[in-house]
Write a protein that binds this ligand. Structure first.
Ligand code: NDP
Ligand code: ZN
Length: 379
């Protein structure tokens, strides 16, 4: 009797798991994960939820390495869960579509940025600002996907992703696909505050931090007709800034180069990922100038602006900005492709040691300007 019930239970369990596999149809995925906060990537097998009626599945072609990935990997912004597959700059090709999908068909290019879900009905979502969803946006990785069984999300350093079509970005067929992935975070994060500030022809714009985000910000501001000054901490990228259309490059470690800039700027974008003095940038804004902040250093190195700084540099506005909503991300992507604005990328193989090395180089300021992993080379 006892043997029989054990057997029955075992058979019931087996058929349940077979049933679960057949109907829930989880999709095997492989990528590169860190298993602790050490920046050491290793191959990692996991799975993604099945393609639902409103979902698309993409084969990931390219994944950008954003400085935010480093902040997450090294737990700069608080505790993280591991294993973690980072990557929120994703460009790929659609390989499957759910039955209700209308915007994509198999074979199209599609992109995924930092968010893959939101409530869709709060004030933020209704204003196309899903990144500020009042119930919490679902992050592409290091997130919990409450719309798909509380799945722990894993990012783009992998071979495939399943996403609701409403959170996927259309990539035109004639886009330079190997350069598109960084637009999905570096692109939109610099584009959005430039648009929020209303930058226009003839404006004097500063871009502080000339890396992945900064070099996109320079290109957008130049394309709008602004006169752009770049601020960074070495001389290494001076020629690059001028080549991209900046009129001036300031190495902030050389105080002489800051002379004559007081009260000159209509808008300054800070993409700085490390400790700095924000008030220095407030002082070089004109009256009614705006200071947009997107760079988010580790919590232990967080810069601050005091109330006194705000009052003494009064009649100037400071605002922060997180990526952009899905509608604006699509607008940015279409604008970028139409104006031939792309990141400068260094393409690396999908290999743990290569990704480790890229991380070291980002930390050491040796990247020009964005690493992109060619996920097709994954063995
Ligand atoms: P990168 O590392 O590519 O670029 C940062 C640049 O800033 C580098 O050129 C770096 O120089 C320079 N820099 C460092 N310190 C200073 C300083 N004190 N003054 C001026 N320049 C400095 O990073 P990303 O562009 O990928 O990301 C930048 C920041 O933006 C990160 O903190 C990231 O997390 C954040 N981010 C925020 C988002 C948002 O939604 N708000 C979205 C995406 C990113 P060097 O290379 O020599 O070190
Ligand atoms: Zn990013």
């Amino acid at each position: 009797m006892k043997t029989k019930s054990v057997l029955t239970a075992a058979l019931a369990f087996m058929s349940m798991s077979t049933f679960a596999q057949n109907t829930d149809g989880r999709i095997p995925a492989k990528g590169f994960a860190v298993f602790e906060a050490n920046g050491h990537f290793q191959p990692y097998d996991f799975s993604r939820h099945a393609v639902g009626d409103n979902d698309i599945r993409i084969e990931i072609l390219y994944a950008g390495i954003c400085h935010s990935d480093l902040h997450h990997v090294f737990a700069d912004w608080g505790a993280e869960e591991y294993p973690m597959v980072p990557g929120h700059e994703i460009a790929g090709r659609v390989v499957a579509v759910g039955k209700n999908v209308t915007r994509f068909k198999v074979g199209d290019y599609a992109g995924i940025g930092c968010i893959i879900g939101s409530c869709r009905h709060c004030d933020a979502c209704e204003h196309d600002l899903e990144q500020y969803c009042e119930e919490g946006a679902v992050m592409t990785y290091h997130g919990i996907d409450r719309f798909n069984g509380d799945e722990h999300t894993q990012g783009g350093y992998s071979d495939t992703y399943v996403v609701a079509e409403d959170f996927a970005i259309k990539i035109p067929a004639d886009a330079e696909i190997e350069k598109v992935a960084p637009l999905l975070c570096a692109g939109i994060t610099s584009y959005s505050p430039i648009m929020q500030a209303g930058v226009k022809k003839g404006d004097k714009v500063g871009v502080a931090g000339f890396g992945g985000l900064g070099h996109m910000g320079v290109q957008y501001a130049v394309s709008l007709g602004a006169e752009v000054t770049v601020f960074d901490i070495t001389d290494d990228k001076r020629e690059d800034a001028l080549r991209m259309g900046a009129v001036r490059y300031v190495n902030v470690n050389n105080p002489d180069e800051l002379k004559g800039l007081d009260k000159q700027f209509d808008f300054i974008l800070s993409t700085i990922p490390a400790k700095y003095e924000p008030v220095m940038y407030m002082k070089i804004l004109k009256l009614d100038g705006q200071f947009g902040i997107v760079g988010l250093p580790a919590f232990r190195n967080m810069p601050s602006l005091s109330v006194a700084d705000l009052v003494f540099q009064g009649h100037r506005k400071v605002f922060g900005s997180q990526i952009g909503g899905i509608k604006e991300t699509q607008e940015m992507l279409d604008y970028s492709v139409a104006h031939d604005i792309y990141p400068e990328v260094e393409i690396i193989k999908a290999d743990g040691a290569e990704i480790d090395k890229a991380y070291r180089n980002v930390l050491d300021g040796k990247v020009k300007f964005r690493y992109v992993i060619d996920m097709k080379t994954m063995k």
